[in-house]
Write a protein that binds this ligand. Structure first.
Ligand code: SAH
Length: 255
């Protein structure tokens, strides 16, 4: 029975540009029987799979959950229990706001083997393609990845806001576009300089990449003037100024 069990590979697809997947991740896609993928994994990567592979879409749209997370966990486990090799392809890095914990726990329950293949996360890659290194020897020595999608259970406590506002040089907010004014106001409220520069990078590393530059106290107005579609990273910190000199990637439409 044990021998019939398949295996699951949680693979980071990278942030958008399909060439940013790892060699190991690509090998998993090429050799799997089943590919379970979500909205942010570049569809071009699916073309690399075997012709006879089975594809299962588990994507969610913002505010429109197509398949429940529990169902996804179940599908992955069942396919592996049928003896299949499964690639669970996730945008960016599977362990950064990627729910890999929940899905892997289900596999442990079922006794299914798995591996985690890291990927390049959007909070580092989208700024890099906008000419913004998230750390810099003279400008930023601390960096945090923070969810901007604050559900009831998952709010950031005042202590954490204070620490973020005053102790972290560069902050990358994921899933923050619906909440951007609140996020900026919280940082100001807890002690960050209102003039701190902010970059918003939409569809980073893809041909649709767009970047806008603002400050904590002006981001709301800037976003009213510019339509910045999801997915987007909101990057806060003095490193944003480096874009003036380090911008290298030709964007869709310049700011
Ligand atoms: N596991 C992913 C993050 C999933 S959460 C990773 O490591 O990158 C989804 C959020 O990621 C989006 O709301 C957005 O904030 C960010 N994101 C994903 N792809 C992006 C891209 N190409 N450009 C900018 N932000 C992106």
């Amino acid at each position: 029975m044990e021998n019939n069990r398949g295996k699951v590979f949680f693979v980071g697809a990278g942030p958008g540009d399909p060439e940013l997947i790892t060699v190991k991740g690509l090998k998993c896609i090429q050799s799997s029987d089943v590919i379970v993928y979500d909205r942010l994994a570049n569809p071009e990567l699916l073309n690399m799979a075997r012709k006879d592979a089975e594809f299962i879409y588990c994507g969610k749209q913002p505010n429109h959950h197509s398949i429940q997370q529990e169902e996804i966990n179940e599908i992955i486990a069942l396919k592996a229990l049928e003896g299949k090799i499964v690639t669970r392809l996730k945008g960016g890095d599977p362990c950064v706001f990627g729910r890999v914990g929940e899905e892997a726990e289900k596999l442990v329950e079922h006794g299914v083997a798995f591996e985690i293949i890291p990927g390049i996360t959007a909070g580092i890659a989208a700024p890099a393609y906008a000419g913004i290194p998230v750390t810099h020897r003279k400008v930023a020595s601390t960096f945090a990845m923070v969810t901007g999608h604050l559900c009831q259970d998952d709010t950031i406590s005042p202590d954490k806001w204070r620490a973020l506002a005053t102790g972290i040089d560069t902050i990358a907010f994921y899933m923050g576009m619906g909440n951007s004014t609140y996020l900026c106001n919280q940082l100001i409220h807890y002690g960050r300089n209102p003039e701190t520069p902010v970059a918003v990078v939409s569809w980073g590393t893809t041909e649709d990449q767009r970047t806008i530059i603002s400050t904590l106290n002006k981001l709301e107005k800037t976003l009213q003037e510019q339509n910045m579609p999801n997915p987007a990273i909101i990057l806060v910190g003095d490193v944003v100024h480096l874009r003036e000199r380090l911008s290298w990637f030709a964007e869709n439409s310049r700011d």
